[in-house]
Design a protein around this ligand. Structure first.
Ligand SMILES: Cc1cc2nc3c(=O)[nH]c(=O)nc-3n(C[C@H](O)[C@H](O)[C@H](O)COP(=O)(O)O)c2cc1C
Length: 387
């Protein structure tokens, strides 16, 4: 099977798993510690059911959707994912281009292997930039200015990584910086020759692995461990005053990602954010955190329509997207779903993932008797008691 024959995101997931060696697959697929939160994200979606209306004329249905004064072709987009170049050569560009072609937003991670300027140039227009910020304001400001000069439309500050997550499989797999080559990695790489030559060796020959080109002390240079620690420097000392400060140096849209508590959504608003992303990082940070979809309704209520509330974590189907929209999300991001597409077929694989999500979302809209995203309302859902 190729990505073109994939009928759903699960098909792409299986293709990706076949193509990738363990070290890359685990980093893409797994959560933190025991995957409790990652599993909870899926289980929570499955507990929510639709209450479809019937005999509604849905022939004029559309997914077109407005956010921040722009019209997107669909109410979803691509979340930031670091080290995407592990799955496909220059995957960040593949993701950005496919999103642009599909008319949906794309967020570039600080931890991309491709420099943000090149992604902005080659994306075809309007990407957003995700900021991993250190307490070193000089370094943070240089990064933010680069994003501004490169034309990124929005800055998404990730706040749920005060310290690195506990991902024991990375240690076991030798996935540490600098990359540790062990016998298992070598055998695994040889068993995946297409990945070895077309992704790993190609990246190694052109830029080295891994090379986080947005780390400010590393522009045009080779990555060494101290560069990464520079952008992680004292991140555990960040607080809301840093968001207020970012607001003074970033005039475009500013979003705070990693929100799971109503109080934090209110604080984001008070400190000048234009929106929040309700997210548990796809279950990759605090294992045991609640499912993001369970946190969404209370946050939407606390915000009370004063700013957009965006959402990610656990989305694999168009029906998940519709559920999050009904619960008040103004836009829904996917992380792994499009990475599976990238690993399975680069830009065309990402386009396939986005197309699958688009057709599924549109079909669900019709099946529940709705013609527009704006017309979705709580009566469309049967919620479990816990929400
Ligand atoms: C491989 C991988 C790398 C990620 N890297 C980042 C990152 O650099 N910055 C960030 O804010 N979130 C990162 N995330 C989290 C995503 O932005 C998003 O919150 C998450 O993937 C959503 O869950 P889903 O994968 O179930 O859709 C990453 C996720 C994955 C799977």
């Amino acid at each position: 099977m190729s990505y073109a024959e994939a009928y759903n995101i699960e098909d792409l997931r299986q293709l990706a798993q076949r193509r990738l060696p363990r070290v890359a697959w685990d980093y893409l697929e797994r959560g933190a510690e025991d995957d409790v939160t990652m599993t909870a994200n899926r289980a929570a979606f499955e507990r929510i059911h639709f209450r479809p209306r019937t005999l509604v004329d849905v022939s004029g249905r559309t997914l077109r959707h407005q956010l921040f004064g722009k019209t997107y072709a669909a109410p979803f987009g691509i979340a930031p994912t670091g080290a995407a170049g592990l799955y496909w050569f220059d995957a960040d560009i593949a993701l950005a281009r496919a999103a642009h072609a599909a008319g949906v937003p794309f967020v570039l991670s600080t931890a991309s292997f491709v420099a943000m300027e090149r992604v902005a140039r080659e994306a075809g227009g309007g990407p957003w930039f995700q900021l991993y910020m250190s307490k070193d304001r000089e370094a943070a400001e240089r990064l933010v200015r680069r994003a501004f000069d490169a034309g990124f439309e929005a800055l998404v500050v990730t706040t749920d990584v005060p310290v690195g997550a506990n991902r024991e499989y990375n240690l076991r797999n030798g996935f540490v910086i600098p990359f540790r080559i062990n016998a298992r990695n070598v055998v695994d790489g040889l068993l995946h020759p297409r990945w070895l030559t077309q992704v790993f060796l190609r990246t190694l020959l052109t830029s080295g692995v891994p090379r986080f080109q947005n780390v400010d002390s590393n522009v045009g240079g080779r990555i060494v461990a101290k560069d990464l620690s520079a952008f992680r420097a004292r991140r555990d000392a960040l607080d809301w005053s840093d968001i207020a400060w970012l607001r003074t140096i970033w005039p475009r849209k500013l979003l705070v990602k990693g929100i799971l508590a109503e109080g934090d959504a209110r604080l984001a608003m008070e400190h000048g954010a234009d929106g929040v992303v309700v997210s548990n990082h796809g279950g990759r940070q605090l294992d045991g955190a609640l499912a993001a979809i369970d946190a969404l309704p209370a946050i939407v209520a606390a915000v009370g329509g004063r700013m957009p509330v965006l959402f990610d974590s656990g989305v694999r189907r168009g029906s998940d997207i519709v559920k999050a929209l009904v619960l008040g999300a103004d836009l829904v991001f996917v992380g792994r779903a499009t990475l599976y597409g990238a690993a399975a077929g680069g830009e065309a694989g990402v386009a396939r993932a986005l197309e699958l999500l688009r057709t599924e979302t549109e079909r669900v809209l019709a099946l529940i008797g709705c013609t527009t995203v704006a017309a979705l309302n709580r009566d469309c859902l049967q919620l479990p008691d816990c929400i």
